[in-house]
Ligand binder design. Sequence first.
Ligand SMILES: [Cu+2]
Length: 381
Amino acid sequence: MPRSGITTASYIRIIDLEQHQERELEEDDVNKSWIQPPTRDSPQRLPSCSFGRHMIFICCVAAAFLLGGFGGVFLTTRWSASSESKGTPITFTSCKKPAVRREWRSLSRSEKLEYIQAVQCLRSKPSRLGLGHTLYDDFPYVHIHIGNDSHYTAAFLAWHRYFIHSYEGALRKDCGYTGHVAYWDWSLDWEDITQASVWDAELGFGGNGNKSDDSKSIHGYCVTSGPFANLEVPYVEKFSYPHCLSRDFAHGEDLACFSRATSPSSIETLLQVEDYMAFVLGVEDGPHLSIPRAVHGDFSTITAPADPVFFLHHTQLDRLWWRWQQVYPQRRLMEYSWKATYTKDPQAADLDDPIRVGGLAPDVLVRDIMNTESDVLCYRY
Ligand SMILES: [Cu+2]
């Protein structure tokens, strides 16, 4: 019997948390995934650089680039309710000395070890949501149950900004970490992201899945080296499916294809985008998806925060947004438009929309976190 993976999906017994019963993982469950990774069994590993419905968004981004020169307002007219009509950026009073988030490889040996130990510590703390898993597991849980609605909406960057902040809060308050979350600048590794220092077995998060390990995995193989070796992950998306932390690095053409969106020139192009919606889409469909597609395993599911590298990846995406905002801070620190949620008939996004992280941290409004140097956040890059 095949072990795991999409083509073998019908063999996986899962606990459906919504139906409260055990059943088989069906193809349809997997099709809800926002990555839809292939398996090693599929004849064609991935359609090379084209991804079904995501192509629509890529086309939107391309259109935005084109329209930019002629007044990109056309694209956002329907969703333009909130951004500039709400006036100038708010001045914050209590953020006097913002924390500076740093790139992973700039951390000293002891700083890296302190970060890794704090992440491991989350596994020894009870769920803040009162669920039967650890504080570590609260994050993938909240990402699938709440954060998923932010994908392909105005809230994508904002929701994840606050989600990372909540994670940093847990590392510091629950696990005594004295530093700040770090980012992985994959544009420095884009020629082979599988060789990046974040995968180090001692001063990183472990490397590729181990093909000779037979334990239950998802979309890859168990990570058996490093500080997160044989880490037990309770969920795959909304389902109970205890398995090991899994990865299966892409290689060859696939890897080259995925890595393109993380190259320095791609990032520079992205930072030139004028319009907020086009920028968010460009980040989400570009580098945001590249890394999960290259890593596979848990990272390629919506419970991706089960892989600790998720947070370094998303902090880098947050840094891109910060850099984009810093180009025209007066305007962009309050620029927020498009649709509010990923539903059939969504409302226009508004700066007064709530950001909820299910009790991991207090609810806030989008306007509270647009500026990283707000009283709520207080950090910079
Ligand atoms: Cu997400």
